[in-house]
Design a protein around this ligand. Structure first.
Ligand code: 9MR
Length: 726
């Protein structure tokens, strides 16, 4: 139940709101942009001390009704606490949001070193809401998505997830943001510790490593491709020089991870203050970039521009008549003019101030939707289907010929996405306006390197472009030796790239998406080459070994795994299960009409059909298994599906239209030679479903069993580390 002392909170929030309205600082600019420091900052709110639960562990439950306040507006936003009609409860309305990442934050420094569970419930007209974590790593700000949902505007949608806060993090907060600047209403924000609590006071922040003796990737790979890294603008002014040293020592290319995206370059304040003057040619502000670009130039480091035209991190006001989001969307003609002038403005500035520094630019980013076809977005809605072609046409017109123009996307190696990308880019290639396919490559260890190389060759051949791997990060597997196994895969992957270049694949650059695991947007999958204090990981050594031919060091604490064919059986009677949610569904043991006994498992609240209940059976590789289970669902069809290294064959299509329990059983030959296999249950339209009496047992051990089991155990995979959607 929420606290009812609403009066005090309202007074506090009215004060807060009134001040916040005047704050106009942009996300990453506060530290470096002199203009930002001149704006009137809201006074730091008085946060209440985080309460402890009965075991002395910090626990925040912000319900917006108490005088103890654990939240504050993030960026430009107004927070108003309203009582929910006919209820004792209250909710927080976030309005006047200046940018997509403006919203509300809750400081969580008391939870450093711990895995936390963060849960909230939101209503909004925004197409998606993100629950994110922000922290500094030795002065470098990092943003990590914890969970996201497609909310309803009229009823609350719950969104939550778990995240590990790095030991070396400081200034830690969780916050709510959205894909657009529309209002968000929040019912509550809760933060709790998962597992045993580690008192942050007992874990000091580590010393940064001296990186000067590390082997240099850009030198080692100089005959093959440029070696790049994505960085924030905070590393140049940072008092810790180790980050700068590492970047200039290891890499000869940088991409600014966020700061060259439209929302950071478009000058909203100027455009909105004088829409008539800037109606056709939006005002631009590059002041937050110069320090980093000057440094890159002084150090002979090339830059990839990222990115010009994107559905995300582009303010919605850009798409409206008079930049007024309460009015009409702008016409096709006006948006074509704004697009052309934006692209021209960015290239003119780059060429005037940094001639020769940029060697490539992502002209269009992520135009294909997760369900195929062109992604619905403001560019599509205002200009129409040819917006991608127009963007490349303008880019070709205004970019210096030395800047190679790229299309950039994720899941780009998956066959169906490839088809869509190739179809979309065919006319662009025909017109001679594209030079590069940007393969983001947010991957998981286990993806077939051969099919990845095949994808690169297909793009190169069909579009006549070269390849840049633009955002590489490879999540560590959930195995007995995750970091070593990740190193093995990094080595395999780079050996594949080297062989591909030798065979003629035109790979021009490879960029890793971040410096260290702690600064990665996917930090909980530890996907990068260096750990938080910049120590070399097996992943780094794997990349080095791929080119030197050396053997990866087996760590002292390497765990040898015995073959394990013990059967799986779950009747949920004791409340336990070994499986886990794929992405964001909620799994719980319930007593709602079980098949047998008192309990069964319920999977609900998925936001995509593949948000299901998942069991890792990697240890059964190369065997035949027998499965049986009872399933019940109020929709027509459920699937029992295999997730095998980025293929998702349905093992069973189950007719659940009766709404009654259906008993399913069968045999399945688990492929050998795979690095991971998960079996999962899903309903065709995200309707909640129930499972009971689930059994999986090996009926015939494979010939290659001993060798493969060991290999497979080492590289078993989790759904967590999978890339964005399937
Ligand atoms: O790594 C970036 C992260 O810090 C930002 O919060 C996020 C916001 O959208 O963007 C991340 O970078 C994305 C890149 O610009 C485009 N491809 C996907 C990347 C990961 O989300």
């Amino acid at each position: 139940m929420k606290n009812k002392s609403l009066g005090v909170a309202l007074v506090a929030l009215t004060l807060l709101s009134a001040t916040v309205l005047f704050v106009g600082c942009k996300k990453e600019q506060a530290a470096t942009d002199p203009a930002a420091t001149e704006t009137t900052q809201a006074p730091a709110p008085e946060f209440a001390e985080v309460p402890l639960d009965e075991n002395g562990i910090p626990y925040i439950s912000e319900e917006f009704g108490s005088e103890d306040i654990y939240y504050a507006p993030k960026g430009e936003a107004t927070l108003t606490i309203n009582q929910i009609p006919d209820s004792d409860n209250s909710e927080c309305l976030i309005s006047n949001r200046g940018t997509n990442n403006s919203g509300i934050y809750v400081p969580v420094d008391d939870f450093r070193c711990n895995t936390i569970n963060v849960a909230t419930s939101v209503k909004s007209m925004n197409a998606n809401i993100l629950l994110s974590l922000q922290y500094d790593i030795y002065g470098n700000t990092t943003y990590v998505t914890i969970a996201q949902c497609a909310p309803s505007a009229i009823s609350y949608t719950r969104v939550g997830g778990e995240i590990q806060i790095p030991n070396n993090a400081t200034n830690i907060s969780v916050y709510i943001e959205a894909g657009d600047v529309k209002d968000i209403t929040v019912d509550y924000i809760r933060v709790s510790v998962v597992g045993d609590y580690i008192d942050p006071a007992t874990v000091p922040v580590e010393e940064l490593m001296d990186v000067s003796d590390y082997p240099s990737l850009s030198e080692l790979y100089s005959d093959y491709f440029r070696f790049g890294v994505a960085i924030p603008t905070t590393i140049v002014p940072n008092e810790n020089e180790e980050f700068r040293n590492l970047v200039s020592h290891e890499f000869n290319s940088i991409t600014l991870e966020n700061e060259m995206k439209p929302e950071n370059i478009l000058d909203g304040e100027t455009c909105l203050a004088d829409p008539a003057t800037y109606n056709e040619s939006p005002a631009l502000d590059f002041s937050s970039l110069t320090e980093t670009l000057d440094w890159a130039q002084e150090n002979g480091i090339g830059v990839r521009g990222h990115c010009l035209i994107w559905y995300s991190q582009t303010p919605s006001w850009l798409f409206y008549e008079n930049y007024d989001v309460t009015g009409e969307l702008a016409s096709r003609e006006l948006m074509m003019t704004r697009m052309e002038n934006y692209i021209k403005g960015v290239f003119d500035w780059a060429q005037e101030n940094y001639p020769g520094l940029f060697y490539s630019w992502d002209v269009v980013n992520e135009a294909i939707g997760d369900n195929g076809g062109l992604r619905d977005c403001y560019w599509l809605q205002t200009i129409g289907d040819d917006y991608v072609q127009l963007a490349f046409q303008y880019a070709r017109e205004y970019a210096d010929p030395s800047i190679e123009l790229a299309y950039n996307d994720y899941n780009e190696y998956q066959p169906s996405k490839m088809e869509d990308i190739l179809e979309m880019l065919a006319p662009v290639a025909e017109a001679g306006n594209i030079d590069v396919m940007g393969m983001q490559s947010h991957m998981t260890a286990g993806l077939s390197v051969d099919s990845y190389v095949e994808a690169m060759n297909t793009y190169a051949d069909e579009l006549g472009v070269s390849i840049m791997i633009t955002e590489l990060d490879i999540g560590a597997p959930n195995s007995a030796n995750p970091l070593y196994d990740q190193g093995v895969y990094y080595q395999e992957f780079f050996e594949g790239l080297i062989a591909a270049v030798d065979a003629g694949t035109p790979i021009e650059s490879v960029t890793v998406w971040g410096i260290s695991d702690d600064t990665s947007w996917r930090s909980n999958t530890t996907p990068l080459l260096f750990s938080g204090n910049l120590a070399m990981k097996s992943a780094f050594e794997g990349v080095v070994c791929a080119i030197t031919g050396d053997e990866l060091t087996i760590p002292d604490d390497y765990v040898v795994v015995e073959a394990d064919y013990s059967p799986i059986y779950e009747d949920y009677e004791n409340g336990e299960f070994i499986g886990f949610t794929r992405y964001s569904s909620v799994i719980e043991v319930v007593s709602d009409n079980p098949y047998e006994g008192e309990s069964c498992l319920c999977n609900s609240e998925g936001t995509a059909t593949y948000d299901g209940y998942c069991i890792d059976v990697s240890r059964f590789a190369g065997t035949s298994i027998h499965y049986s289970f009872a399933i019940r669902c109020d929709t027509d069809t459920c699937y029992f599906t295999a997730d095998i290294e980025n293929e998702w064959p349905h093992i069973e299509e189950i007719d659940t239209s009766s709404g009654e329990w259906i008993l399913v059983e069968g045999d399945y030959d688990v492929p050998a030679n795979l690095t991971y296999l998960q079996l999962y249950f899903e309903s065709i339209d995200m309707t909640e479903f129930y499972l009971d009496n689930l059994s999986i047992m090996v009926i015939e051990e494979g010939a290659e069993e001993a060798e493969l089991t060991e290999e497979t155990e080492e590289t078993a995979e989790t759904a967590e580390t999978s890339e964005q959607g399937t």
